[in-house]
Design a protein around this ligand. Structure first.
Ligand SMILES: NC(=O)c1ccc[n+]([C@@H]2O[C@H](COP(=O)([O-])OP(=O)(O)OC[C@H]3O[C@@H](n4cnc5c(N)ncnc54)[C@H](OP(=O)(O)O)[C@@H]3O)[C@@H](O)[C@H]2O)c1
Length: 285
């Protein structure tokens, strides 16, 4: 049996959908009763409870062979992931698959990549079999710019000339479903990117072409961007961590494309153009 955490979020819901499409049974630990029916319609056995509740976590691990560790970024993410690992070990789970980040490299200094790296280390020391799935920047992050793209034809971000190999979370979900449900991924670090390494100037150009209307990338000073983002992200740790991550992208970030997705899935990951076309109604005025 497979256990999903984070199954109602962007990556986890795509994983659940993909598992269901392949006819693979799974359990999901979720906290929101309103999201229960959606997951059950995908064939999930739902366990209601919070990841920060030890009893719920222990209960969810019963009879599990492979557990997905997928948590949102927060100050407590590392401790919660450690607790999931301890519970998995105690319950006799054979393998954990962790969603990490391509930026979690040994020389990382930024809080989010660092916590992923420390969590990876904890998993590796645990004695459990493990697989790390390390995606690049999500295309879905661009949905936060949808209103300004639609109303003003502008993307306001502080990435400078920095580039990312952005990937669609649907692809990350399909990739995770495959890794969770087959053998042969033990002790592997799967770094996955989309098909192209793009600056945000190039991203704006692709939007212009796909939408048939001019979209410009406006490089916003980091301090000004932080002030705006702070109106939406009220947790100070999270705000500082995201700004630090974006600063890293502006300073060069991770600019290498990997072929891991293509090699494992037998097809190319989704292009940005295809992502925009799928979400045309959100971006086009
Ligand atoms: N964004 C990127 O560009 C990017 C790139 C690479 C890696 N990542 C990594 O991806 C991860 C985030 O994935 P995501 O974007 O799919 O996250 P997300 O959409 O924010 O979803 C988070 C999930 O965790 C669940 N959750 C949160 N707290 C919980 C609790 N106490 N108990 C039970 N469930 C709880 C949420 O449930 P509810 O639905 O109830 O809220 C939701 O299902 C992070 O670790 C991040 O570092 C992100």
């Amino acid at each position: 049996m497979i256990l999903l955490t984070g199954a109602t979020g962007k990556t986890g819901s795509a994983t659940a959908k993909s598992l269901n499409e392949s006819g693979i049974k799974f359990k999901a630990l979720i906290r929101n009763e309103e999201k229960r029916a959606g997951l059950e319609s995908l064939g999930a056995e739902v366990i209601m409870g919070s990841i920060d509740n030890t009893e719920s976590v222990d209960q969810s691990m019963e009879g599990v062979e492979t557990a997905l560790i997928l948590l949102p970024n927060s100050e407590s993410q590392l401790n919660l992931e450690r607790r999931l690992v301890d519970s998995a070990k105690q319950a006799g789970v054979k393998r954990v698959v962790k969603v990490s980040s391509i930026e979690a490299t040994p020389d990382a200094t930024s809080p989010i990549p660092r916590l992923h790296l420390e969590s990876e280390e904890y998993i590796k020391q645990s004695g459990l079999n493990w697989t790390m799935v390390k995606p690049n920047f999500y295309m879905q992050n661009l949905l936060a710019s949808a209103a300004t793209i639609k109303d003003q034809g502008k993307i306001f971000l502080p990435m400078g000339e920095g580039k990312t190999g952005m990937i669609d979370t649907t692809d990350v979900g399909s990739f995770l479903a495959k890794v969770l449900s087959e053998d042969g991924h033990e002790s592997m670090n799967h770094e996955i990117t989309g098909p192209n390494i793009l600056s945000f100037y190039e991203v704006a150009e692709i939007f212009s072409q796909a939408l048939g209307q001019k979209v410009d990338y406006i490089d916003v000073p980091l301090a000004a961007y932080k002030e705006t983002l702070g109106q939406f992200l009220t947790n100070q740790w999270h705000l500082d961590a995201v700004i630090d991550l974006f600063k890293g992208i502006a300073e060069g970030g991770i600019e290498d494309k990997t072929d891991t997705y293509q090699e494992l899935m037998g097809e190319s990951p989704k292009s940005l153009e295809a992502f925009i076309k799928e979400n045309m109604f959100i971006f086009k005025s």
